[in-house]
Write a protein that binds this ligand. Structure first.
Ligand SMILES: *Cc1c(COP(=O)(O)O)cnc(C)c1O
Length: 231
């Protein structure tokens, strides 16, 4: 067993304890919450180690890095989540390997992903990225416009509406933001029974996300270590 694999194993166990404690505190079953390990900037060998340790969901935020890694790892047991900002012109390639796209935030991207998914003969699980801070320029649709965008996804061939995704603003209490996100999810699910997912919570704020109802945590640094490059 390599030293790196030992390190990942140890950090995964620590995350598992944090998720377990957060679920217990929130009175939620552990099975409600999926762990996505975000491996951006880290090599394909780490993904292979993570898979051997039982991780099934991998997150990436950039094309072509994501596509290269997915091809290199080539493991049908893994589910790939594209969590980063996505340019329309790259939708075509991302639709060939991503299983989930967490960053659907505009009608033009919906059209491109739908066409690409159809061409590739694949089905893409889509989350509406909701802007949780009006001020810091992050991607995402305003909470009030999420329903309309979700309708567009639900009506598009090749796409499946699965819920919402959000990134809480840095340096603030994330709880109010996560509550907004959950409110949007609850609105969507009333019309679309498949839209149950709430992708929220990163290394620093995962407890608050679980408390607010997150179903998919996107954890990078707490498993892999500090990234060498600022994202
Ligand atoms: C990098 C990234 C994460 C993981 O963040 P960590 O702080 O490393 O846990 C989650 N979501 C998105 C969209 C990311 O780009």
């Amino acid at each position: 067993m390599s030293e790196r694999r030992d390190e990942l194993s140890c950090r995964l166990r620590a995350i598992e304890r944090r998720i377990g404690a957060a679920c217990a505190a929130a009175g939620r079953p552990r099975d409600d919450v999926h762990l996505i390990v975000v491996t951006k900037t880290y090599p394909a060998s780490d993904v292979v180690d993570l898979a051997s340790l039982g991780v099934r969901d991998i997150g990436e935020n950039r094309h072509p890095e994501a596509g290269r890694k997915c091809a290199e790892v080539d493991d049908p047991a893994l589910t790939w989540h594209f969590v980063g900002a996505l340019q329309t012109k790259k939708a075509n390639q991302v639709a060939r390997y991503a299983d989930w796209v967490h960053s659907v935030d505009r009608p033009k991207l919906v059209r491109s992903l739908s066409t690409a998914a159809e061409l590739a003969g694949r089905e893409l699980q889509c989350l509406i990225e909701v802007r949780l801070s009006g001020t810091d320029g992050r991607a995402g649709v305003d909470p009030g416009a999420a329903v309309e965008l979700a309708e567009a996804v639900a009506e598009s061939p090749g796409l499946v509406l699965r819920g919402v995704m959000g990134v809480a603003p840095l340096g603030e209490d994330p709880a109010p933001s996560f509550d907004v996100l959950r409110g949007v999810r609850d609105r969507l699910v009333a019309d679309h029974p498949s839209a149950t997912a709430m992708s929220a919570g990163m290394s620093e704020d995962m407890e608050a996300a679980v408390a607010a109802g997150a179903t998919h945590l996107r954890i990078g640094r707490a498993v892999l270590g500090e990234r060498p490059i600022v994202q």
